[in-house]
Design a binder for this molecule. Sequence first.
Ligand SMILES: [Zn+2]
Length: 102
Amino acid sequence: MAGGAYVVIALSFALAGGIVGRMKGSSFWLWFLISGVVPGIGLLTALLYRFDRDELRRECPRCGRICKLHDAVCVGCGTDLEFPETAIAGDAGGMGSAPAAR
Ligand SMILES: [Zn+2]
């Protein structure tokens, strides 16, 4: 039964994807579904996807655009960005720990 084997594989990927998604603060079921529908790709996406709310941001000193903390260049004006002393937390509502913000 090739179909049965596929279901087992898809379920395994779905579970792994769901767990990864959950660990990254997203929905278990959302990533369970994505990884189950597209095994491999879904799991890979869950692993690689940087969930926005976990990400620290900072303001570009030149144009004021909110950039990601790890961006080396402002996407708005192209200014080289130093690693900042202050970081703006994502839209998690200040719940996340921000080591650079202390
Ligand atoms: Zn800028």
